[in-house]
Write a protein that binds this ligand. Sequence first.
Ligand SMILES: Cc1cc2nc3c(=O)[nH]c(=O)nc-3n(C[C@H](O)[C@H](O)[C@H](O)COP(=O)(O)OP(=O)(O)OC[C@H]3O[C@@H](n4cnc5c(N)ncnc54)[C@H](O)[C@@H]3O)c2cc1C
Ligand code: FES
Length: 273
Amino acid sequence: MVENPYCPVKAEITDIIEETPTIKTFAVKPEKPVSFKTGQFVELTVPGVGEAPFTPSSNPKIEDSMEITIMSVGRVTSRLHEIGKGAVVGVRGPYGTGYPLKDFEGKEVLIVGGGVGLAPLRSLILALLDEAGKYKRIMVKYGARSPEDLVYKDQLKEWAGNKDLDIEITVDKSGEDWKGNVGLITTLLRKDIGVDISNSAAIVCGPPIMMKFATFKLVELGYKDKDLFLSMEKNMSCGIGKCGHCRIGPYYACKDGPVFTYDKIKEYHTIWE
Ligand SMILES: Cc1cc2nc3c(=O)[nH]c(=O)nc-3n(C[C@H](O)[C@H](O)[C@H](O)COP(=O)(O)OP(=O)(O)OC[C@H]3O[C@@H](n4cnc5c(N)ncnc54)[C@H](O)[C@@H]3O)c2cc1C
Ligand code: FES
């Protein structure tokens, strides 16, 4: 019998971490291991409600469970935010090509994230840190609306003390206790950023408007289009290259992406929508 590609594996929610008022991280344990490469995504089903694509935020080395960080924006995600530990959901995938870690070896890797866009990037950062010696340098620039909106607050503190990682955080609007940088993510992409751009790859993930201006800024700094890796979180349905919902020019974001180098997709005006 041919296996139904749309059939999810049952998975239990084993833990839920409240990251911000609108973002939660769910620890998901599938009935059988779903191993993924960093940057690949899965379709998560809430029985009776529907399914939506998410990129696991955990270390891909861990194969029997995964963490998925989800912002509540609509039908599926708001229902997910209501469910509790022990609930059963469905997982199918993984899909897409993920981050090409081999291409980053020997380079200065600059990771630029905005808001919940740090979710797929956390998985990438954890994978890079596991083999930190392979990369010349690992830098993270992360921006959120306010200190309250930062995800992975404990992990950000831990990363700040990690000698293999150079992390800088900014918020659009500060709070009373905030002693860090205030300003949009682009304020962290200064001319004196101190990166050897000719030997660097930059990876960008976040809301479309943030991705657009961060990408433009990186190009202005001297990055070549082929060295910019963008996560295109387009509207998706099937996840397997059948329905056409996720088209970017000749590409299907679900199959050919969701990670694309900027040179491949820059001519398609829909990329920032
Ligand atoms: C490859 C990929 C990876 C993703 N990873 C994550 C992740 O790790 N964490 C996370 O919180 N979100 C992620 N998203 C976005 C997530 O899939 C959407 O937020 C989700 O599909 C919304 O479903 P919903 O039923 O709750 O919202 P709906 O009721 O369908 O829509 C509510 C609102 O969200 C918008 N919307 C719907 N789908 C998307 C979408 N795919 N992208 C952007 N806006 C959308 C709609 O235009 C509408 O304004 C990812 C998307 C893709 C394609
Ligand atoms: S989501 Fe159906 S073709 Fe990509």
